[in-house]
Design a protein. Structure first.
Length: 321
């Protein structure tokens, strides 16, 4: 009796599954693999019915038993062909994902190039437009200072303010489009950036590199320079650190960046929420990802932070000086 109930329950399950699968054929846009698997499930349900009658009637004919066996062969064949088509669909999806990933990288690279182009344009306009006006104002104020005896102290303050404005303008222009990076390359640009920062910050930097006479194209220098700047900004703003170690090396056709500070660090939960804290980790990660690179960050409370970046150097990216 239990065997009979089990067969009935099995028949109900097979027909239920077959009905559900068949109802989804339209949703799959009549995909061949889904149709074959639907037929296979339906035939499996029919086979279960035959098994039930075979159990109930021990004198069932040999033809029914042979039909049951052939139905098993048909089910196996349908499943085999269906899985073949499933494999084709999966291969198509994998290729589609590769195309999408490549498109995302091209989009990110285009965004970076557009962003840098706009930075360069704005820096040029600041330098060529506002810079001369401030310089002219300084010259006129200096001439006024020499021709009049009164108000010398006010004029000196004006000249000092204009000097500071010109210096600030140069700083803004250099941050938008660093001429050191454009003209002299990544190591020089990083060294110049940290030299300027050490004059106004308590931070002390140690910068090591084995790159001497080598330039890199394909946005590699821009991305790494912006990454270093963003990490230093995070250290200054959040870490309360005293020392920063930066290492930039070319090894086995890879550019490897190591960044480490001795600040307060943060726990893993805060690390996952770093973007919400305004630390720009997501922005760094997306830039590195656009070049197919690896970005890893580790931090522990009161033990500072360690960031590693690896970028694969293609032959077309190497530009000897």
């Amino acid at each position: 009796m239990l065997t009979q109930y089990a067969l009935i329950f099995s028949i109900a399950l097979h027909f239920g599954a077959a009905i559900i699968v068949i109802s989804l054929i339209r949703a799959t846009k009549y995909n061949s693999s889904w149709i074959l698997l639907s037929i296979a499930l339906f035939v499996m349900a029919v086979r279960r019915v035959i098994e039930y009658f075979s159990y109930m009637d021990k004198a069932i004919s040999d033809n029914i038993l042979m039909l049951n066996s052939w139905l098993g062969v048909i089910i196996s064949l349908l499943m085999l062909v269906g899985m073949f088509y499933v494999k084709k669909v999966l291969n198509y999806l994998f290729k589609l994902e590769e195309v999408r990933s490549a498109a995302d990288k091209r989009l990110l690279n285009t965004i970076i190039r557009t962003e840098e182009s706009e930075r360069h344009r704005l820096a040029k306009e600041l330098h060529d437009g506002l810079g001369p006006l401030l310089s002219s104002a300084k010259l006129l104020t200096s001439a006024l200072n020499e021709s009049q005896t009164g108000g010398h102290e006010i004029l000196k303050r004006m000249i000092s303010t204009i000097d500071e404005s010109i210096y600030t303008l140069k700083e803004i222009s250099n941050n938008l489009s660093p001429h050191m990076l454009e003209n002299f390359g990544l190591p020089t640009a990083i060294q110049s950036f940290i030299d300027n920062l050490e004059q106004t910050s308590k931070l002390r930097f140690e910068f090591r590199t084995n790159i001497i006479d080598q330039r890199y194209g394909g946005n590699m220098e821009i991305v790494l320079f912006r990454t270093v700047c963003e990490l230093i900004h995070n250290t200054v703003k959040h870490a309360d650190a005293n020392k920063v170690l930066i290492s930039l090396d070319e090894e086995n056709d890879q550019l490897k960046l190591l960044y480490q500070d001795d600040g307060i660090g943060f726990d893993q939960e805060k690390l996952l929420m770093a973007d919400n804290k305004g630390m720009g980790i997501g922005n760094i990660r997306s830039r590195i990802s656009s070049l197919g690179g690896k970005f890893e960050i580790e931090s522990w409370p009161d033990e500072g932070i360690i960031v590693t970046v690896e970028l694969k150097i293609q032959d077309e990216n190497k530009i000897p000086i």
